[in-house]
Design a protein around this ligand. Sequence first.
Ligand code: NOJ
Length: 535
Amino acid sequence: MAEKSWYQEAVFFELNIRACQDSGGDGNGDFRGAITRLDHIKSLGVDCIWVQPMYPSPLKDDGYDVADYCGIHPDFGTLEDFKAFLDAAHARGLRVVTDLVMNHCSEEHPWFQAARTDRNSPYRDYFVWSDTPDKYTETRIIFLDVEPSNWTYDEVAGQYFWHRFYASQPDLNYDNPAVHEEMFNIIRFWLDMGIDGFRADAVPYLYEREGTNCENLPETHEFLKKVRRLIDEEYPNRVLIAEANQWPEDLLPYFGDGDEFHVCFHFPIMPRLYMALKRGDKTSIIDILARTPAIPPGAQWMTFLRNHDELTLEMVTPEERQWMWEQYAPNPRARLNLGIRRRLLPLLDGDMRRWLLLNAMFLSLPGTPILYYGDEIGMGDNLALEDRYGVRTPMQWSAAKNAGFSDADRTYLPVIDDEIYGYQRVNVAEQETDPDSYLAWTRYLIATRQEQPALRAGVLSWAATEDRAVLAFRRTEGANSVLCIFNLTDAARSSGITPAANMRDLLSRAGEICEAGREIQLAPYQALWLLESPA
Ligand code: NOJ
């Protein structure tokens, strides 16, 4: 069997430095603070931390508007602090990847400032300009709740500039080779510092061509392959992860022939896990995996339940989107762009059975899972906050002032303190003492996955069950095989599966056995991971 690369079997953890721990008392999390929380992250059993943008930025898009690609935002610390964080993570056996925002920068980046004030500046051509807003009209608007167009007129420049996201984020012009060189140098800068790779933001949109939707263009893939070549030649064993919110068949080219991304986020499967759960019908999961093509050796999908953005419904049909909104976001304030701006547990009405079921599905289906900070303790959200900030509030460590996150009188966003999810009740310290807490279960699920090669890397095969409410599949790696069974409904079900031999349920901490010759019965929302063979 071919040796797997570390990222093919890893569990990732998404960390927002601003939300983690404030060491300086200014209300913002910072790298020095995050160092003191690394033991918590390590205790979850994860392998790699994705650090969201930490660069100097006006923070109009929470750091995805980069004003200096090779610096650290002063609120978060210094380059030395970042290095100390990286070393401290590595010392604990945790890898670190950071965000690489290639598509656009901030309007405050010196490149854009030079470009708009001086037509003859070499930086003018770092951006995409036009005298009219009539070019590339087949291109969709992504932030459609706030941006009326992908073009914005700049008074100083006297022209329109192109942007796929906020107007404060001008797109870079990849038709200019100088932009390529800048990106190559930025990539080298961080990899030289010792990071383990990048989560590359918004990669489908690098080029624009008239008569197309300006997504997934061949020129974009050509450039991305150059990035991969650089990494292969100069920085082996690092990982390049694509954030491309696309259908599976459009994602396949991002792996190339094993010469583009190592890992791609699998966006379409995510909403279908929620859909299957609400409908009590596994069909959407089976269909999307059937539509998912095989990927080159050495490549992997990345899966997630939630992240820092809205739960995107771009990769479902318009009818499914409407249904998902009705089911999961009856409150219009919970809707944003084409998605739902809620955290995991509130989406599940605070129901631990469904939280466990969904996590057990997510941690046993193929792919490299990534957890979003706070979901390990079932944190809530704050719909009173605008945009996606309601799911980016400070981490809740304890019942102390500001949830133990900061001593400041005012934190960058208010700590959640509602009646259900308030930090007085939902926090790490409290859950550390409870063996049945979300935290304890998160650790147990991840540890169990980590112990079974089949769950980490096994081949998937569907197990036959007539009942649409019962999802069942096998993961097999060599002699190790785990049969995973999920009851997607609130009623008891017969699984339709009768084991030939006794099997231990890995999800039962008491080590329950499913007996040979007896059809497996499922309690409402029950999940089983049945060990079919010794590991
Ligand atoms: C995707 C990021 O996840 C999101 O937070 C950001 O707003 C856009 N890319 C633009 O960078």
